[in-house]
Design a binder for this molecule. Structure first.
Ligand code: PLP
Length: 375
């Protein structure tokens, strides 16, 4: 078997665990948000695993991601999470993808395209995100415009939360506003909407901390991957990805010697291990000199000096049994990305999506029926 230096182990049983937590906690159907290469977990493999869970939707950012899913033969309904460019719309109308309508221009254009083939879209309303959708005072006009297009039907109504993990006061108000707007919309005479429309607002933080009375669908991303944007809920989740590398070299350096670029000077004689991972793999350079650690043989080993492109150096003075070839964990269940993100002054979403293609993705614990080798 070919050996790899650095790999991301992706535990699909953790995905199933997180998914059922999202569903049970909210009591709502789940749109699996798999944009940005499924948050670095690998779009197609991840979507195949998720397809077994019979979700009503996969959420992606735009047509390029939708196209990859459709070309790979995935059948779950694809929802496009952002506004569309004019030159993307013909492809959207020709495919079984669901766009959200953010502007009168989109309504008019999709309305024209729907003359060839009926089209279902969701209405995006802006309840505070400021990233697209009709403002409350623009909704009536949007609904009026829809009436001109007999083949363009609303399949749902959605909005998005800008601060569900930061600002509970605002977010509570936003949920109330959303529910009120949805009730008003649904009460509009002659509304062109399906019988049981999808009503959705909540991302991961929104579904954990809040509840909308009108909504029947949630849109978790981060939570599916086992990380909670609200720390108190982390205990219910299992991180899907564990980032691993191996010890490539061990050495003992004297006090006063420097380590890595810029020469961080050692205060005492130090036994060091070199690990085959760096910012070229997506391990954040901003973790340099933040007091972070990695795990070797379940033991925290402090990061020494700056993160380089392909290698990092850790202190193993307290771990005499450490050997070349030992596995090291950069993040996972016992070393949460959310904690690393705080140290690196970023967010878990960014660390996940910045993992580079050099990191091989290894999938484990697929449902037995999916992996013939287990039979
Ligand atoms: C990315 C995204 C989500 C998922 O957000 P998480 O915080 O990762 O759960 C949900 N809805 C929309 C519109 C998004 O863009």
């Amino acid at each position: 078997m070919q050996q790899t230096r650095t790999w991301a182990e992706i535990d699909l049983s953790a995905l199933r665990h997180n998914l059922s937590h999202a569903h049970n906690h909210s009591g709502k159907a789940v749109m699996g948000v798999i944009k940005a290469d499924a948050y670095g977990h690998g779009l197609i493999r991840f979507a195949r695993a998720l397809e077994k869970e019979n979700l009503p939707f996969f959420g992606v950012a735009h047509t390029q991601e939708a196209r990859r899913l459709t070309e790979a033969g995935l059948n779950t309904q694809i929802y496009l999470l952002s506004a569309t460019l004019p030159d993307e719309r013909a492809e959207i109308a020709a495919n079984p993808w669901t766009p959200c309508l953010c502007t009168l221009d989109e309504i008019a254009h999709f309305g024209r395209l729907s003359q060839e083939k009926p089209l279902t879209a969701h209405l995006a309303i802006d309840t505070g995100m400021g990233r697209g959708g009709f403002l409350p005072n623009q909704i009536a006009e949007a609904l009026q415009a829809l009436k001109k297009h007999p083949q363009l039907t609303l399949g749902g109504i959605g909005s998005h939360l800008p601060a569900a993990d930061e600002d509970p006061e605002f977010t509570k108000e936003q949920f109330l506003l959303f529910d009120r707007l949805v009730r008003d919309i649904l009460a509009t005479p002659d509304l062109k909407i399906v019988e049981n429309p999808w009503i959705h607002l909540a991302n991961s933080a929104g579904l954990l901390g809040y509840c909308s009375e009108t909504s029947n669908l949630i849109r978790p991303g981060l939570l599916l991957y086992g990380l909670s944007p609200i720390p108190e809920f982390q205990k219910y989740l299992r991180p899907v990805m564990t980032l691993k590398t191996r010890v490539s070299l061990i050495n003992t350096l004297p006090a006063g010697h420097g380590v890595s670029y810029g020469r961080t000077i050692l205060q005492k004689e130090t036994r060091i291990a070199i690990l085959g991972i760096g910012y070229g793999d997506g391990y954040p350079r901003a973790l340099s000199d933040t007091g972070t650690h990695v795990l070797i043989r379940d033991t925290p080993c402090p990061l020494l000096g700056r993160v380089t492109m392909d290698q990092i150096i850790v202190d193993i003075t307290h771990l005499p049994e450490c050997e070349t070839g030992d596995h090291a964990i950069l993040f996972g269940q016992e070393l949460l990305i959310t904690d690393l993100a705080t140290r690196a002054k970023t967010i878990a979403w960014e660390i996940l999506t910045q993992l580079t293609p050099r990191v091989e993705r290894h999938y484990i614990n697929e449902r037995a029926a999916d992996s013939p080798t287990e039979r």
